[in-house]
Design a protein around this ligand. Structure first.
Ligand SMILES: Cc1cc2nc3c(=O)[nH]c(=O)nc-3n(C[C@H](O)[C@H](O)[C@H](O)COP(=O)(O)O)c2cc1C
Length: 194
């Protein structure tokens, strides 16, 4: 499979970075073709400038990184997002990635009645891998459904990507090594079966 990993964490010493390492090693081991978009390392600017926003309704962009990312995504069979939960959501750099890259007439079309129709139907699935300070109970009661709704239903699915796998590392700062290792093993198995 052709896979694009979208990674949103600024610090190489983070557990998110350990997840990225496991994901890339597993993708290579299972002979997948893959690209990593490391948003912080690539200094992606998530903030819309007025000149850029003026082109939004036409689906056009000024930042050449947008075109580069669109090419990688449209040639992908699967997208993997790795990010920490910040304020119950993704880091702003990833929200800005959706704002600036998932553009009209590329990610979706809008009918005259205003309804949106996804255009990324060739992408078979997506995976969200997230870490958080909250305990498992809070993840299941609240965060899981809001992240699934915000990122999958309202963005990815709406743009035509039908499936979504979820992995959550809870209470991450207080978690034991065994919990982290078990989670990373689950990810390795998942990638083996992609
Ligand atoms: C700005 C900021 C906001 C955060 N908001 C939340 C939150 O809303 N819910 C939560 O469970 N954890 C929250 N956290 C904790 C992070 O999710 C946690 O530090 C991160 O997942 C740890 O992974 P890392 O070691 O790879 O950075 C927040 C952390 C930061 C820095």
């Amino acid at each position: 499979m052709n896979i694009t990993v979208i990674y949103s964490h600024p610090w190489e010493g983070s557990f998110n970075h350990a997840i990225l390492k496991t994901v890339s090693e597993s993708l290579a081991k299972n002979k997948h073709k893959y690209n990593i978009i490391d948003l912080n390392k690539e200094h992606f600017d998530p903030v819309f400038k007025s000149k850029e926003l003026a082109l939004f309704s036409k689906g056009k962009y000024l930042d050449p990184k947008v075109g580069k990312y669109q090419k990688l995504i449209e040639n992908s069979d699967h997208l993997i997002f790795i990010f920490p939960i910040w304020w119950g959501d993704t880091p702003a750099i990833l929200r800005g990635f959706f704002d600036k890259v998932f553009l009209k007439n590329w990610a979706y079309e809008q009918s005259s009645s205003g309804l949106l129709k996804g255009k990324l139907n060739s992408i078979k699935g997506s995976t969200l891998i997230m870490t958080m300070g909250s305990p498992e109970i809070y993840y299941h009661l609240s965060l899981k459904s809001s992240v699934k709704k915000n990122i999958f239903s309202r963005i990815l699915k709406m743009c035509g990507i039908k499936k979504c796998g979820l992995f959550a590392f809870c209470s991450i700062e207080r978690s034991k090594d065994s919990y982290r290792k078990k989670g990373l093993e689950k990810i390795k198995n998942y990638i083996k079966n992609l």
